[in-house]
Ligand binder design. Sequence first.
Ligand code: CMP
Length: 146
Amino acid sequence: PPQRTLAVIKPDAMEAHRESILEEIHARGFSVAQLKETALSREMAEEFYKEHREKPFFSQLVEFMSRGPCLMLILTKDNAVEEWRALMGPTDPDQAKAASPNSLRARFASDILHNSVHGSSNEQHAEAKIRFIFGDISSDAEIPDD
Ligand code: CMP
C-alpha cells in the first residue's frame, strides 16, 4: 500500500534548485499529496529537530532552517519513507557524491549542514512531522459522507 513521508526543500536549495528537485520527485514516481511554502520560526525549527537537541550542531541547524522559506511536501508512494531517503542520498554531500552520485544531496547540497533536503527517518516520525507541519486536517481520518 502507498505510504506517506514528509519531505522538505531546505532554505539553501529554495532559490536555485527547487524546480529541479520537484522535477526529480515527479520523475521518480512520487505523488505530492500536499505542499506548502513555510518559513519556520526558531521555535518551530527547534521543535521540528528536537531529536537532535543534544548535538553540537543543533544551534547552527536551527539558525539555518529558520533563515528563510522551506517547501514542505507530503509525498506518497509505495515504501515512500525509504524511497525518499534513497533519492536524497547520504546526509554528507561528500559521501553522497561517492556513494550515490545521482542523489539530490550529491547534486545540490553544499555541505553536511546545508544539505538541500530533509526526509523523515521512519513511518512514525513521518506521521508526527506531517501532523506538526500540516496539522490534523492532513491525517488519515475519515470524512463521513452524508
Ligand atoms: P537532516 O537529514 O535534515 O537531519 C538533521 C540535519 O542536521 C541534517 O539533515 C543536516 O542538515 C544537519 N547535520 C547532520 N549532521 C551534521 C553535522 N555533523 N554537522 C552539521 N550539521 C549536521
